[in-house]
Write a protein that binds this ligand. Structure first.
Ligand SMILES: *Cc1c(COP(=O)(O)O)cnc(C)c1O
Length: 373
């Protein structure tokens, strides 16, 4: 039995090796390693891909979130509403900006922030909302934008898992005031190291993002304000430029794989992902809910199948947020989902045979569980 990884980056490299190798060689010979033409070209291509007028390459998705919040003027004393069911970086960046994350529970179908509960989380200190397009499915953006506009709040999309995802025909990354992408290697568009991008069609906000990512610089030697060393390097930009034209095909392959899993798990105890009709889900993760999740994770590992938990600990129960004093029971939907969810192997190159084996292993475990009860 061959092992099935949760993500197979080797298979992807093998499929585009000559393009990647040429891109890397080009940068080494050109020696413009930080920013420069490779980064500018990738920014222009990525802005077109998202459907915005501007994109600024940065050091990571976390840096993108930090800079977007700062560019919006969010800082100490401010509150920012976000989801408790996300990767820690979403909340962490709000704190890096000096502000306080305020969590609002999720919906049990998409696992995204429940837009109907946002209003109740707004106080006189609220300055922004950071919706996350979790697992590759857009948050409820029209409702979120309506609440934000009614209260004069910034909306900063966390699109780290949502390259090429769409909501009502618009791309994730083009709907809020600013949006943030990650090019962490395992993301739907991933580099060979860290990388990220801020996108927006607001030129003033983007000018501030560009300044803040590069030491607050306004000229070769002049610095206007405190900034960061948050630039995207040229090697990553060249690799990402080579990969970008493949994202559409990779997305279609992910969707086809998701359809095959859906069919394999039909009429079982496995709760498969719910893709809303007005969303183009890009399946960064194929996350299912199952009974006895932790035992299943062990069973899969014992059978050579990779799986991960996105995410076992909701933000309000994180050790880093103990001082918030939000006990278990505060966000019941996020807590329930965190206890039941598991992400199965999902990558564009996954084969039907591999998926068959994943499904058989999962279903055999569940049947066994059933007979023991
Ligand atoms: C990956 C990720 C980030 C952080 O991106 P990095 O590039 O790893 O810094 C932020 N938010 C979400 C939802 C992510 O999945």
């Amino acid at each position: 039995m061959t092992d099935i990884p949760v993500v197979d980056l080797k298979a992807q490299y093998a499929s585009i090796k000559s393009e990647i190798d040429a891109a890397i060689q080009r940068v080494i010979e050109n020696t413009s390693f930080i920013m420069g033409p490779e980064v500018r070209n990738f920014e222009a291509a990525f802005a077109r891909f998202v459907g915005v007028s501007e994109a600024a390459g940065v050091a990571s998705g976390t840096a993108a979130l930090h800079l977007a919040l700062l560019a919006a003027g969010i800082g100490p004393g401010d509150e920012v509403i976000t989801t408790p069911f996300t990767f820690y970086a979403t909340a962490e960046a709000i704190e890096q900006a000096g502000a306080t994350p305020v969590f609002v529970d999720i919906t049990p179908d998409t696992y995204n922030i429940d837009s109907s509960k946002i209003e109740a989380g707004i106080t006189s200190r609220t300055r922004g909302i950071v919706p996350v397009h979790l697992f590759g499915q857009a948050a409820d953006m029209d409702a979120i934008m309506a609440v934000a506009r009614a209260h004069g709040l910034w909306v900063i999309e966390d699109a780290a898992q949502a390259h090429a995802a769409e909501h009502r025909g618009r791309r994730c990354g083009s709907m809020g005031d600013l949006a943030c992408f990650s090019f962490y290697p395992s993301k739907n568009l991933g580099g060979y190291g860290d990388g990220g991008m801020v996108t927006s069609s607001n030129a003033a906000l983007m000018a501030r993002v560009r300044r803040l990512r590069d030491h607050g610089r306004i000229g070769k030697y002049a610095h206007l304000e405190l900034g960061w060393a948050y630039r995207l390097d040229a090697l990553q930009a060249a690799i990402l430029s080579a990969k970008l034209p493949h994202v559409e095909a990779w997305t279609a392959a992910r969707q086809a794989a998701a359809g095959r899993y859906d069919a394999l798990f039909a009429d079982s105890a496995v709760m498969t992902p719910v893709a809303r009709e007005d969303n183009r889900h890009v399946y960064y993760a194929y996350a299912v809910r199952v009974p006895r999740r932790d035992a299943l994770l062990e069973h899969l590992a014992a059978n050579g199948i990779g799986a991960v938990i996105h995410y076992p600990i909701p933000m309000h129960l994180q050790p880093a947020y103990r001082e918030m004093g939000l006990p278990r029971g505060t966000f019941p939907v996020a807590e329930m989902v965190a206890d039941q969810i598991i992400s199965l192997p999902m990558f564009p190159e996954i084969t039907p045979a591999q998926q068959q084996r994943v499904a058989e292993t999962v279903l055999a475990f569940l049947a066994d569980e059933g007979s023991q009860q």
